[in-house]
Structures are given as C-alpha cells and as structure tokens.
Design a protein. Structure first.
Length: 95
C-alpha cells in the first residue's frame, strides 16, 4: 500500500485527489482548521515529515511505501512528469 504524506501551508492541494494512495495532509496553516492533522508552522516540509514519522513510528508498517510530498511540488517538476512517477488513479491519468 502507498501512503502519501503532503506537507501543506497555504497551497492548493486539490491535485492530491488524483493520487492512488492513502493521502494524509499535514496542515501547517494556522488559519485553516479543515484538516484532520494540524501542526504548528515551524520548520519546512522536512520538519513536518520527520515529526509525522516520530509521532507515528510505532504504527508504521514495513510493508507500506511512504511518499513524502510538498504542498505544491509543481514548482520543481511538471505535472506531467510528476504523475509519471507517483501512483495515480486510472480515472485521473488524463490530465
């Protein structure tokens, strides 16, 4: 199973609906309480990833594959290339 952890601040993370994995949004925007997981906005996304690993260490499954993502990865890679390398829903492959 794939689990995608997305570190979000003010980014639009609607693109995560295309992912074929369990999506966890780690929200760091103090003005947005609409997410289940809310962290204080300290550090960058790496701090979010490490904190989540520490908080969930005893519940991690070695059979799962974790994918750690920025709230807006498209400043670094095109959407087309991005979706070639992450699991996507079949219905979403036509982007």
């Amino acid at each position: 199973m794939y689990t995608c952890l997305v570190a979000k601040f003010k980014e639009d993370v609607s693109w995560t609906s295309k992912l074929n994995c369990k999506v966890i949004i780690a929200n760091k925007d103090p003005e947005d309480n609409s997410y289940e997981l809310n962290y204080e906005n300290i550090g960058r996304e790496t701090e979010t990833f490490i904190r989540w690993i520490i908080d969930n260490y005893d519940n991690l499954n070695s059979e799962d594959t974790m994918i750690f993502l920025q709230g807006d990865p498209f400043g670094h890679i095109s959407e087309e290339d991005f979706f070639k390398h992450v699991p996507v829903n079949e219905r979403s492959e036509e982007h």
